[in-house]
Design a protein around this ligand. Sequence first.
Ligand code: SAH
Ligand code: SF4
Ligand code: F3S
Length: 470
Amino acid sequence: MTHLLPSLVQEELSAAEAVRQHFCSLGRSGIHAPGYFVQTFGCQQNEADSERLAGLAAAMGYRKVDTPDEADLILVNTCAIREHAEKKALSIIGQYKHIRDKNPGLIIGVGGCMVTQTHRSDKLKNSYPYVSFTFDTGAIHKLPSLVRDALTISRRQFIHSEEYSIAEGLPLAREQKHMAWLSVMYGCNNFCSYCIVPYVRGRERSRRMDDIVEEAKMLIADGAKDITLLGQNVNSYGKDLTEGYDFADVLHRVCALPGDFRVRFMTSHPKDASDRLIEAIATEEKIVRHLHLPVQSGSDAVLKRMNRRYTAEYYCSLIDKMRAAVPDISLTSDIIVGFPGETEEDFNATLEMLKYVRYDMIFSFIYSPRIGTPAAEMPDQIPHEISTERFERLLALQNAISDERNKRFIGRKLRVLVEGTSKTDENVLTGRGDMVRPVHFVGSKDRIGGFTEVEITASSTFSMEAKEIR
Ligand code: SAH
Ligand code: SF4
Ligand code: F3S
């Protein structure tokens, strides 16, 4: 069943209420309420899940605190995409032992992609006795009963779901008022040979169109001005539904809602990027002029072993079509360096791809073998020194391209959403145009959370400077 029975969600909301009452009866409400702290690793999908975890924690009567030391409930939402992500999560969980030593009532729960793998939840069960529970990505809604059991019967639990479904109706505590995540689908069916996601997020399942549109309305009413539609492969949206909708329909429906807001989405798999998607970007004013279209490699031999199911030529033809429809579009990509068997020639093909497409920005990664994926078993794993050296060459080339691409904005007027003040200077505001690069300009703090007009005065590899013109 794609959707979880509403009665099961209701049971959990009742468990949350029971926890809240338990704390109230101890006089722990209002400013005396117990604290929760959510630590998130990984992608936007995890950020979105963490907002549900936070919503459930709030429903249980917890209040948000700024540091783990103040918390009575710490939730770690983990990622498994690369070894580094897992190491970081394990190290943080290790540090939380000291907090637990000082506060024996502290509940530590670990969720997300890392603990969806049995070998990782087993490790936490056996080597981290102060972890109260783990729950996989299909069990987020179970947080209230896990907390209740930890509080009342001190039971340690390690949840692995039998199937992954969609839980509608979970409360939400959003991190940022003006920026919002909106999941349109979950899971992935692509099984790229290097990637752990299909094993830890389950098969693709689409939310009902009406649920998506209702949530978008709620977000807009709540002050969201920048909404990112999320899915591991948004272009597969609707394939599992009977209504015949596709992702372009989602875009059109959300853009048709009244209000001053803009829409982004990620991620698009090149093999599923349709003409209807391109047309939606070209025609809907609320969609930002940016497409994240991960290529991963420029070599056909590598793409084949990665199971990406497109060629470099096909990818370039897609870019050509995209640029014909939206000439000034900002393009970004993910690149993996050092995939098993990658030769110098294969790597050069990736460099050529960068030169052809001229991305505004790329996210590049050194290949990291993941247990259980086909690529981890492939011959000719690349030594780290070679991958690192290639990685640096890739970055040097892309930085030069980014530098030049950003210059095209100089002298142009941009509408930016003001996100906050600059980390280094209180008087400088940071905003974002269509692209992901931040724009810095001097301005008043009451602009934060709204749109303003700026003119770009200078650019660098990673950011742009501007002056406000309204
Ligand atoms: N669903 C999205 C994103 C998946 S994860 C997509 O298909 O594009 C984000 C990125 O992490 C991937 O695009 C890929 O570049 C990188 N990645 C995934 N598995 C990896 C691994 N084992 N080693 C290194 N990078 C990896
Ligand atoms: Fe991983 Fe490929 Fe799915 Fe993206 S499309 S999540 S890279 S398997
Ligand atoms: Fe990481 Fe899971 Fe996202 S593995 S990248 S948090 S889907």
